[in-house]
Design a protein around this ligand. Structure first.
Ligand SMILES: Cc1cc2nc3c(=O)[nH]c(=O)nc-3n(C[C@H](O)[C@H](O)[C@H](O)COP(=O)(O)OP(=O)(O)OC[C@H]3O[C@@H](n4cnc5c(N)ncnc54)[C@H](O)[C@@H]3O)c2cc1C
Length: 268
């Protein structure tokens, strides 16, 4: 038997899902299962109840407002984002989703699951932070909007707490974004990644894989030397592991931030 015995629920509405999550301390939302099922198989997590969000159509879909805001439901898959004409209003989203893993993972994995797992090597957390996305979190009797910069709290920890659901993510209008990464092999997870966004004169860079949450840097200009100086000023303290030493990760952070900013300057 691969998995420990676990109760399974497939609610038909968001209120029912929230009720189930609140009723059981050991309940966990199940989105695409591409992280959760694997950590359950490895016995690194053992929820008592899986609350499968698959039937909640309200959590799927991509909407483009007249002002250029892109709103994406938490259960929207990477494949849906890649194929969506609406998501192309913020082209970096489809571009980065297309770099995640392989076709199977992109068909099942969801934007909500990617950011709620907050694996520091995932592709999307730095993108959401750099683009200034807003996360909508629903509880049984409440709903709140949280800026992406405040959503990521620690490794596998986010502002969506027990009994809550991330329902959607809103991206403000903008096309001047960039993303660069060095990954373990062609489809592999990132060793370091960086996302950049230019909004008018303001430049924001978010660096992933170097800390528990994306590190935000605001270079004074888009000049590569200014970007690298700003990254150095952040005094990163990344881990060393079998894939890269801490020094090499610091070096990659500077180079990748400069590349992401260069792409943002060109416009996606
Ligand atoms: C072989 C392989 C390679 C991969 N490579 C990469 C990679 O290179 N880059 C990358 O970014 N990712 C990678 N991943 C991870 C993949 O992107 C996952 O899809 C993603 O991390 C989780 O999304 P999911 O929809 O599968 O969520 P799940 O696995 O179902 O859930 C993940 C976590 O989020 C919680 N959750 C999910 N949705 C919500 C919600 N709406 N509200 C509150 N909590 C929620 C769950 O309870 C769980 O704790 C890889 C996965 C595999 C299997």
């Amino acid at each position: 038997m691969l998995l420990r015995e676990v109760e399974y629920a497939r609610p038909a509405s968001i209120p029912e899902a929230l009720r189930l999550l609140a009723a059981h301390d050991g309940a966990r939302a199940l989105a695409g299962g591409q992280t959760l099922i694997n950590v359950m198989k490895a016995r690194a997590a053992s929820p008592d109840v899986l609350v499968d969000l698959s039937d909640l159509q309200e959590l799927r879909g991509i909407e483009l407002s007249q002002d250029g805001t892109v709103e994406i439901g938490a259960m929207t898959t990477y494949a849906d984002i890649i194929d969506s004409a609406e998501a192309r209003a913020r082209p970096i989203l489809g571009e980065v989703c297309a770099q995640i893993a392989d076709v199977q993972v992109r068909n099942r994995g969801t934007i909500g699951g990617n950011v709620c797992s907050n694996d520091p090597t995932n592709h999307l957390p730095p993108v959401l932070v750099a683009t200034g996305a807003t996360m909508t979190i629903a509880g049984q009797n409440s709903e709140r909007a949280v800026p992406a910069e405040e959503f990521f709290l620690g490794v596998y920890m986010t502002a969506a707490g027990p009994g809550e659901l991330l329902t959607k993510i809103s991206f403000p209008p903008g096309k001047q974004d960039g993303f660069a990464s060095v990954a373990i092999g062609a489809d592999g997870t990132c060793i370091v990644n960086a996302a950049a966004s230019l909004d008018g004169g303001s430049l924001r860079v978010a660096i992933g894989c170097v800390a528990a949450v994306p590190v935000v840097v605001r270079p004074e200009s888009a000049d590569p030397d200014a970007v690298k100086t700003a990254v150095r000023g952040a005094e990163l303290d990344p881990p060393s592991d079998v894939h890269a030493s801490a020094d090499y990760r610091c070096h990659l952070a500077e180079v990748l931030a400069a590349r992401a900013v260069e792409q943002a300057g060109r416009g996606s």
